[in-house]
Design a protein around this ligand. Structure first.
Ligand SMILES: Nc1ncnc2c1ncn2[C@@H]1O[C@H](COP(=O)(O)OP(=O)(O)OP(=O)(O)O)[C@@H](O)[C@H]1O
Ligand SMILES: [Mg+2]
Length: 270
């Protein structure tokens, strides 16, 4: 965000971060074949607790520049917890998190956000008392390399429903419109990575379809996307690669077309 400049300098993350040399996921869950994209965000050996509850058990996860990755798993398997750890909202007790090779394991959440990650959280993230226009304008900024691919007019073009409601309060919008506003705000920060956690949850099918179309557009525009959604078919259709979690561990990490019906049944129970 443009107004991030007002924050004091971020604490330097932990030194010693040659993230490229970290031990990686067991071969059993290593993606097979295909050129691997330059890593953007990489988590290795993550162990996380809520109080005494051990939630993530040595999770390895990576997403490369421009890659679309689906993060799947039944309720309570640790998807959101992993995302929150990688964004610095939660501290992991063990493990390492790197952004473009820089160790950000100890970095503050706002520092990581400034590096080019935009997050659309479960349950939306708008300011209900501000208008649609205000919500959008205050998010606008350039990407870390000065890119301004996503501008206010482009967002309005992508979300015509928002263009019709510029003076409405954020809280007056329907669930689908609020989700569009949240995604529009995220795009206006011109991120390198967009994380969408249950972006279509609770939306009417037609609106959800619209959101999927927009996620496809975002993906084609070269922004890396990490997608968590219960619509597994849509995720597999869009993502280059899928990662499946069960009880805080990664049990599948491979090209989407390798996630066969049998594996979907086994890991996701559908
Ligand atoms: N703030 C919290 N305090 C304590 N336990 C929590 C907290 N948030 C999540 N948990 C627990 O951690 C585990 C993982 O939750 P998480 O929200 O990461 O799962 P998820 O895969 O995102 O699930 P869902 O698909 O329902 O969103 C669950 O057992 C959940 O009950
Ligand atoms: Mg979740």
């Amino acid at each position: 965000m443009a107004d991030m400049q007002r924050f004091p300098p971020a604490p330097r993350p932990m030194e010693g971060g040659d993230c490229g040399s970290l031990p990686s996921q067991a071969d059993a869950v290593r993606p097979r074949g295909g050129p691997s994209a330059e890593p953007l965000l990489e988590a290795s050996g993550i162990h996380t607790y809520y109080g005494a509850s051990h939630i993530l058990h040595g999770v390895d996860f990576r997403i490369g520049r421009g890659e679309a990755v689906g993060l799947m798993g039944r309720n309570g398997m640790g998807k959101t917890t992993l995302i929150r750890c990688m964004l610095g909202h939660l501290r992991s007790r063990q493990g390492k998190i790197c952004w473009r090779g820089e160790d950000v394991t100890q970095a503050a959440a706002y520092y990581i956000a400034r590096l080019g990650v935009a997050y659309v959280p479960e349950g939306r993230g708008i300011f209900p008392n501000l208008t649609v226009k205000e919500n959008l304008v205050m998010a606008a900024g350039q990407g870390v390399d000065g890119r301004r691919d996503w501008t206010y007019p482009r967002v309005l073009e992508t979300f015509p429903r928002l263009a019709e409601r510029l003076d409405h309060g954020g809280g007056q919008l329907s669930g689908g419109e609020q989700q569009m506003l949240t995604i529009g705000r995220a795009l206006l920060t011109n991120p390198d990575l967009l994380i969408l956690d249950e972006a279509t949850e609770g939306l009417a099918p037609l609106i959800a379809r619209d959101i999927w179309r927009i996620i496809g557009e975002i993906r084609s525009s070269g922004i890396a996307t990490l997608i968590v959604d219960k619509n597994y078919a849509a995720v597999m259709d869009l993502a280059d690669r899928c990662v499946v979690m069960i009880k805080g561990t990664v049990v599948f990490n491979d090209a989407s077309n390798q996630l066969t019906g049998e594996l979907v049944q086994k890991h996701l129970g559908v």
